[in-house]
Design a protein around this ligand. Structure first.
Ligand code: PLP
Length: 443
């Protein structure tokens, strides 16, 4: 997944040819940040747009099979389960607790590998998400509310565990999610940033849902120990910021919890972003790029290529990256890496809803709206969580969230040491070797 060029060339050609038919199982070999040219798919935002000196590099998840990078952890969790003999074709049903994209990924990889799948998710997510899951043959079990009611998803998931045929791909708890992102996303991020500025990464910014993506920060820090990692949250649900709770409009993130797989040791800052700014920012980039180009003095059509590449949480990541880069006073040599988890295909209904609530954005409002969204950063919305008392607060929150699900205090205590995370990461070569062995036997 990190480097498909290492696949046998006949397999690689088959996978590239399969990209036009997403239900062709060869697409399992396209679960990677890289395009057919082997480059990591990314873009660098124009500084006229960001208003900061640092280079903001956005990795593009939209091109993954099923339309978001969440298919990566779904595949990794399923495969690790198969290799451990816990998930068996013909016997197991996969269960995907999710706010949508992980569930889409679970339905997708399950379909390609021949497992029935049930996605447990809240009923308040975008219509496009449910449609995709059904399109891949997944069954949907909805719980009330939105991502801020994720505890209801977890409680429903517990019910499924009672039947041993059900295998929960527990993204919030299981370490394949951490391993995938630390190894695949982290190393891809290092490569994406290399051509720019000083070639290093000064800041990695990502809004946690499961906090899987944040694990990329661990790998970036292994290469550049002075890199800072910022976890971004909705202003309306500041859980990591101050144990706050609330509902919000940024689908996929801000789940009102500290997830089990979140390595709190390597999170340096928490930055808040207003949910409405993310929805409005998406509207501006998706529907008003011509107006923005004139407003910012950018060449005509220079923002056109962004169309379709971002979702609401991408805007959260972009805005959080901009605010934190400004806060840290990063300069033109500094690279900031962030993520566009999915693309616009999941959000036409969300913009239609915004228009119903707020009316359309007129050309005469564009300048004010742009200022509000892209220049609205406030230093009070950024918290340094490196001090010991902040770590203790966050560890305490994690403990409170996960002991009710049967995780022991010694296990949670172990997570307070970086050696726990490095040990989990260190399992990758053995997992890879087992996978190659299993494939050789299949052939
Ligand atoms: C749209 C979107 N953005 C961001 C995230 C957060 O990613 P992670 O779960 O790796 O923290 C998710 C997770 O489902 C998502 O669906």
């Amino acid at each position: 997944m990190l480097d498909p060029a290492t696949q046998p060339s006949a397999l690689r050609s088959k996978a590239i040819a399969a990209a036009g038919d997403e239900l062709d199982p060869a697409n399992l070999f396209n679960i990677t940040w890289r395009g057919p040219d082997h480059g990591v798919r990314h873009l660098v935002l124009p500084k006229e747009l960001t208003g900061v000196k640092a280079n903001i590099v956005v990795m593009l998840g939209h091109f993954f099979p099923s339309g978001s990078h969440k298919v990566g952890p779904a595949y990794a969790t399923l495969m690790e389960g198969e290799l451990a003999g816990e998930i068996e074709p013909g016997k197991s049903t996969t269960i995907g607790p999710s706010t949508g994209n992980f569930g889409i990924g679970v339905a997708y990889v399950s379909r390609l590998k021949g497992y029935p799948a049930i996605v447990v998710m809240p009923d308040g997510m975008s219509a496009e998400r449910y449609q995709r899951i059904r399109q891949y043959g997944g069954q949907i079990d909805v719980t009330p509310g939105s991502e801020s009611d994720l505890h209801l998803v977890l409680a429903r998931t517990q019910e499924y565990r009672k039947d041993p045929r059900n295998k929960v791909l527990a993204q919030f708890e299981l370490l394949p999610n951490y391993r995938f992102h630390r190894y695949v996303t982290g190393r891809s991020a290092l490569e994406a940033a290399k051509p720019y500025g000083n070639g290093r990464v000064a800041l990695f910014a990502s809004a946690p849902g499961s906090a899987g993506t944040l694990a990329a920060g661990d790998e970036i820090k292994s290469a550049f120990p002075d890199c800072r990692v910022a976890a971004l949250e909705p202003h309306e649900c500041p859980t990591l910021f101050n144990n706050g709770r609330g509902s919000h409009r940024i689908e996929g993130i801000g789940d009102n919890m500290v997830t089990l797989i979140h390595n709190l040791l390597t999170t340096d800052y928490v930055a808040l972003v207003h949910d409405d700014d993310c929805v409005l920012g998406l509207e501006l980039l998706e529907r008003h790029h011509g107006g923005l180009e004139s407003l910012l003095g950018l060449p005509a059509k220079s923002l056109e290529g962004f169309e379709g590449l971002f979702g609401v949480s991408s805007l959260c990541n972009i805005l959080g990256a901009i605010h934190t880069a400004q806060f840290l006073n990063l300069g033109p040599d500094d690279n900031v890496v962030t993520i566009a988890t999915d693309g616009f295909d999941r959000y036409p209904s969300v913009l239609a809803d915004r228009e119903r609530r707020c009316g359309p954005v007129g050309e005469k409002d564009l300048s004010a709206r742009f200022e509000q969204v892209f220049r609205g950063g406030d230093a009070h919305d950024i918290l340094d969580v490196r001090p010991r008392e902040q770590k203790e607060r966050l560890f305490g929150y994690k403990e409170k969230s996960w002991t009710p699900f049967g995780y022991s205090l010694p296990y949670l205590e172990g997570m307070k040491s970086q050696s726990f995370w490095d040990g989990e990461f260190g399992k990758i070569p053995a997992i890879d070797a087992n996978l190659l062995k299993a494939r050789a036997t299949e052939v």
